[in-house]
Design a protein around this ligand. Structure first.
Ligand code: F6P
Length: 372
């Protein structure tokens, strides 16, 4: 900690997968920090820049010029660079996870870096906590398109992803109608159905299946048939990537291993396979994938990222640590890091959003409150 209680030199990194709005955070943090007399270093590709040498860059006002409308992160991101289980060795593919946090601590000391500012999701906030445990002051900034961090009303990135997903549902309507097809669109969000449910409502989907509520395929079939009987020639089905049938597994592309979450994917195709031949329509699947993470951030995400970045710089000036910034109502507040990593924020299955969906006739794949 600096003489005047504040930090004089800090390192900012963007951990995990990218999300629209990261550059707004970087820009706001660097500009405010410079005004407050704080030196900022950026770690390239998440923690990679603190693990490998030569990958810390000095960030100044001019480094962040013109980046506000850009997607991604000028620093780069990585969801493989876990300092507590970093894959080492094994050119033949036999890499083993190794704890390299000591090397990170040494690099911080060598560069005179007094605090870390970590913009990331759940995984990055867990790393933040672990570094706190090692004695490094840390400030967390909540980022993820999944919007699944419980301590904040919204993470930045979610709003842009939601707009992209809604645009996709809109676009699928006309082609679905032209061909009398059932169009399935698989959306991201991991184990949280925020993107799927909100985009499904905003885009006027007919069926929305989210991870929080395992679905009964017979209800989905019944709903599509009933629509056909009422003269609707097509249906739009939104499925969150983490959704699963009542009696079946979640669709995955890669199993979990140490330091690495399982990779979800295939929920849309699994649903298509179960529907094919049972509804009198052709079925097509669109996996929106990383389009949801790309592109220019929405005004909401730029604004939220900017507010978080400014607030983080002020926290550094005050020498605060062990906290994550959060949006609560209209306010940016500081919450203890411990609260930030408690439980993921999932869609309440008996909540108002679900009843809004039911209110406009969306089939949710299970009876009210039927989750296991
Ligand atoms: O957490 C953000 C997210 O985009 C999830 O919605 C998705 O499951 C995952 O990251 C994809 O990760 P990757 O970019 O490693 O494929």
């Amino acid at each position: 900690m600096g003489d005047d209680a504040g930090f004089r030199r800090v390192c900012l990194l963007t951990g995990g997968g990218d999300a629209p709005g990261l550059n707004a955070v970087i820009r706001a943090f660097v500009k405010t920090a410079e005004q407050l007399g704080i030196e900022v270093y950026g770690s390239e590709d998440g923690f990679e820049g603190l693990i490998q040498s030569g990958r810390l860059v000095r960030l100044k006002r001019k480094s962040v010029r013109g980046i506000l409308p850009k997607g991604g992160s000028i620093l780069g991101c990585s969801n493989r660079a876990n300092p507590f289980a970093y894959p080492m060795g094994g050119e033949d593919g036999s890499a083993q996870p190794v704890d390299v946090s000591e090397a990170v601590m040494m690099r911080l000391a060598r560069h005179g870096i007094e605090a870390l500012v970590l913009a990331g999701g759940d995984g990055t906030m867990h790393h933040a906590q672990a570094f706190m445990g090692l004695g490094v002051p840390v400030i967390g900034v909540p980022k993820t398109i999944d919007n699944d961090l419980s301590a904040t009303d919204y993470t930045f990135g979610f709003d842009t992803a939601l707009s992209t997903a809604t645009w996709a549902i809109d676009a699928l309507h006309s082609t679905a109608e032209s061909h009398d097809r059932v169009m399935i669109v698989e959306l991201m969000g991991r184990y949280a159905g925020w993107i799927a449910l909100c985009a499904g409502i905003a885009g006027g989907a007919d069926v929305v299946l989210i991870p929080e509520l395992p679905y009964d395929i017979e209800r989905v079939i019944g709903h599509i048939r009933a629509r056909s009987e009422r003269g609707a020639s097509f249906s739009i089905v939104v499925v969150g990537e983490g959704a699963r049938p009542i009696a079946g597994p979640r669709a995955t592309l890669e199993a979990e291993r140490e330091g690495q979450l399982e990779r979800l994917g295939g929920a849309g195709q699994a649903l298509a396979d179960a529907l094919q031949g049972r509804i009198g329509h052709e079925v097509r699947v669109t996996v929106l994938g990383h389009l949801q993470r790309g592109g220019s951030p929405s005004a909401f995400d730029r604004l939220l990222g900017t507010r978080f970045g400014v607030a983080a710089a002020h926290c550094c000036k005050r020498g605060q640590s062990g906290l994550m910034l959060a949006l609560r109502g209209e306010q940016i507040v500081e919450v203890p890091l411990d609260d930030a990593v408690l439980e993921p924020k999932l869609v309440p299955i008996d909540g108002e959003l679900m009843s809004a969906a039911r209110g406009v006739g969306i089939e949710l794949g299970a009876a009210h409150g039927a989750a296991e």
